[in-house]
Design a protein around this ligand. Structure first.
Ligand SMILES: Nc1ncnc2c1ncn2[C@@H]1O[C@H](COP(=O)(O)OP(=O)(O)OP(=O)(O)O)[C@@H](O)[C@H]1O
Length: 456
């Protein structure tokens, strides 16, 4: 079957039919062939074409090429839309990415203006193989290897289709010559200054020489990989659902999973929290979760995240840096609760105020205590009969994990001396002696998130 006949088949399968489409035409052989193939489709499959072109002003010839395309389209009564990316708007670095962004923004504008829903580009099999090899070289998430898709959504409201993915560049050259098409060669593509160009000129020809069906094999792997990844995604979601508990994820349920599901779950969580996966860290997390000798543990991750195992739960947690933690300081007003966070509150009350079994209470001997509550700060010291004790040391001795230390609340006297490191230690001087009358109490209470519990 010749290329034109194969194209008709592919076009029918894409299901675009006769609707209005925008074709991205650079003037290179790929897009010139695409435009010709589209114009030669049988009438019942023939779409309404709008040709979109961007002059990036990156090569001296580009202006003349755009002018040629304009004339070409006029002669064939094709709607032609073009724009220039002026040199003043070019960034110092990342020019390729910026050019791509500009180009696709323009295509979206043309689509909006014309009411077209589909954008066509002329990516072909060699582009696919080069992209595959580039991603393989760079490493990372397996999903990235699925490469260029023949159909995907674009700017959320449009569809981007690449009907030439199944053809090699060589086939496109052959078609262009046989049909006497005029196209332009981008001379910058001849240089070996980019990875893509080196792969195009050196690696890909060698691989094609080893097996002429190399491009077909890549395309087939891409399709299979796509299918397998879709299935894996569904299963991973089910696994995460199974592991989910109120405090995070269940360690015991994790331990019962088959090996592949363990890895998939940890990778998916890394991707969710850190937007990337790191095999070494997934191995470390798994080793921690499977180690019965370590009921608790923590692994530092990127972007201020930590992976925490606490007995039967594990979770990813974002640890705030000291600078990000609220510097709020609340004076305690007699008889009033002060909310500290969504899950906790504190208050100063007269002695004898009813308390709950789960409350933590500091008894006070002072007549009119002037107390404030705040997060602990570097250098804080607890007042004790034996002298002052560093709060940091208390937290370390009490094995408070480091990611929770800066979140610790302290209750201090006006002078700054600390009477209570909440959850860790109370000053033995909050009353002069055990026989001293208790005048007031400070109550620290966890607020249950479940409504309707008897104590709330
Ligand atoms: N200046 C341009 N004007 C119109 N269409 C363009 C232009 N440059 C590229 N295209 C369209 O994009 C297709 C791919 O081009 P190219 O291989 O240069 O892009 P790329 O660098 O791989 O980036 P991307 O895949 O994101 O478009 C072309 O076949 C053509 O359809």
């Amino acid at each position: 079957m010749n290329l034109g006949a194969q194209f008709i088949q592919i076009w029918s399968q894409l299901g675009i039919g006769r609707q209005r489409v925008v074709v991205a035409v650079s003037g290179g052989v790929d897009s010139v062939v695409l435009l010709d193939l589209l114009q030669k489709l049988p009438v019942d499959l023939s779409p309404e074409l709008i040709v979109a072109n961007v002059d990036h002003c990156l090569r001296t010839e580009s202006q003349a090429e755009s002018a040629y395309l304009k004339k070409f389209c006029e002669q064939r009564s094709l709607q032609f839309e073009t724009t220039r990316w002026l040199p003043d708007d070019h960034p110092q670095t990342g020019i390729e990415g910026a050019a791509r962004d500009f180009r696709y923004r323009f295509f979206a504008q043309v689509m909006k203006k014309s009411g077209a829903q589909v954008l066509l580009t002329a990516h072909h099999g060699d582009d696919q193989a080069e992209t595959f090899l580039m991603k393989m070289l760079r490493g990372g998430d397996l999903a990235q290897l699925t490469g260029i898709k023949s159909k995907r959504s674009f700017h959320s409201e449009f569809t981007l289709c690449r009907p030439l993915l199944y053809f090699s560049k060589q086939q496109l050259y052959f078609y262009a010559r046989s049909n006497q098409l005029t196209y332009f060669e981008d001379q910058t593509n001849a240089k070996d200054d980019t990875l893509r160009n080196r792969l195009r000129h050196q690696a890909v020809p060698l691989l094609k020489q080893e097996d002429p069906r190399f491009l077909e094999h890549i395309a087939s792997f891409e399709e299979q990989l796509d299918d397998v990844l879709q299935l894996a995604k569904v299963r991973t979601r089910q696994v995460l659902e199974l592991l989910k508990v109120e405090q995070g994820y269940s360690v015991s349920r994790f331990q019962q999973l088959p090996s592949a599901e363990k890895n998939a779950a940890l990778r998916a969580l890394s991707a969710e929290f850190l937007s990337e996966t790191n095999d070494q860290q997934v191995r470390e997390q798994r080793a921690l979760l499977e180690n019965p000798a370590k009921p608790q543990g923590m692994i530092r991750l990127k972007h201020n995240y930590v992976f925490i195992k606490e007995y039967d739960y594990f979770r990813f947690e974002h640890v705030q840096k000291q600078a990000d933690i609220s510097m709020a300081e609340y004076p305690l007003q007699l008889g009033q609760w002060q909310t500290l966070s969504a899950g906790e509150k504190i208050g100063l009350f007269p002695a004898g105020t009813p308390i709950l079994a789960s409350d933590d209470v500091l008894e006070l001997g002072q007549k009119e205590p002037q107390l404030t509550v705040r997060h602990r700060l570097p250098g804080d010291k607890l007042l004790t009969a034996a002298g002052k004790q560093k709060v940091k040391k208390i937290l370390i001795d009490q094995k408070v994990p480091f990611w929770q230390r800066d979140h610790t609340w302290v209750v201090s006297l006006q002078a700054g001396e600390i009477l209570w490191v909440v959850g860790a230690k109370k000053s033995d001087l909050s009353r002069q002696s055990v026989n001293d009358k208790i005048h007031y109490i400070v109550i620290y209470r966890k607020i249950s998130r479940e409504k309707g519990l008897p104590h709330e």
